[in-house]
Ligand binder design. Structure first.
Ligand code: ZN
Ligand code: FE
Length: 241
């Protein structure tokens, strides 16, 4: 009885995530920005969609929501704080709220920084984190609306999750993130090994995610920043890299 996550590549480099509860058949999709490949993936998985989960309001995460909702009659879950700029929500959620996923549930973590209303979904039963544009493999989201201190605090919440958690992020940015990470932490053996693995995966046309939180803790410079000031300097350097 646990949730499994399967990525659906959409747009240029986005990932939507199809979540399935094997016990009940309950199915959800995270960030369905492009309706055609999303609907095809859901049909291929049995044609059932109960829930749409939204991490934040950017078009490359929400644009297909209404089309997918109309096709399957699914309910939509998103941040209460951003209800005014998200598609119509059936469940508006905030920090600590629980979202039923068949026999399992997701716990809402507010992670401001990339956007003010960004949320992540932690699914303990399945050890999954849907991290949107907060945490990427070897990177983190740009500070479009929030401050470095806010993003540092958001990432600190994610760092506290169980180390075996699989990080399911919103973009395939790992290869360029690895180049920056190696430039600031060239002697990190875990990072060097991960960068080599990423290079091989991309050369084979394969996704580099999801990744284990334990591996991100060892290799992702944004999770390794000692304090908010160190994080701010790192984020500024990445923006100019
Ligand atoms: Zn975004
Ligand atoms: Fe995005």
């Amino acid at each position: 009885m646990s949730i499994t996550a399967t990525l659906v590549p959409i747009l240029q480099d986005n990932y939507a995530w199809l979540l399935r509860d094997s016990a009940s058949g309950f199915t959800a999709i995270v960030d369905p920005a492009d309706p055609a490949p999303i609907i095809a993936a859901i049909e291929a998985a049995g044609g059932r969609l109960d829930l749409i989960l939204l991490t934040h309001h950017h078009a490359d995460h929400v644009a297909g929501t209404d089309a997918v909702r109309a096709r399957f009659g699914a309910k939509v879950v998103g941040a209460a704080a951003d209800a005014h700029r998200l598609p119509r929500l059936d469940q508006a959620v905030a920090e600590g709220d629980r979202v039923a996923l068949g026999t399992a549930e997701a716990v809402v973590i507010e992670t401001p920084g990339h956007t003010r209303g960004q949320i992540n979904f932690h699914i303990p039963d399945g050890a999954l984190l849907l991290s949107g544009d907060t945490l990427f493999s070897l990177g983190c989201g740009r500070l479009i609306e929030g401050t470095a201190a806010e993003m540092f605090a958001s990432l600190a919440k994610l760092k506290a999750l169980p180390a075996e958690t699989l990080v399911c992020c919103g973009h395939e940015y790992t290869e360029s993130n690895a180049r920056f990470a190696l430039s600031v932490d060239p002697d990190n053996a875990a990072l060097r090994a991960r960068a080599e693995q990423v290079r091989a995966l991309r050369a084979a046309g394969k996704p580099t995610v999801p990744s284990r939180l334990a591996d991100e803790l060892a290799a992702n410079p944004f999770l390794r920043a000692p304090d908010a000031a160190g994080f701010a300097a790192l984020r500024a350097a990445k923006d100019k890299f």
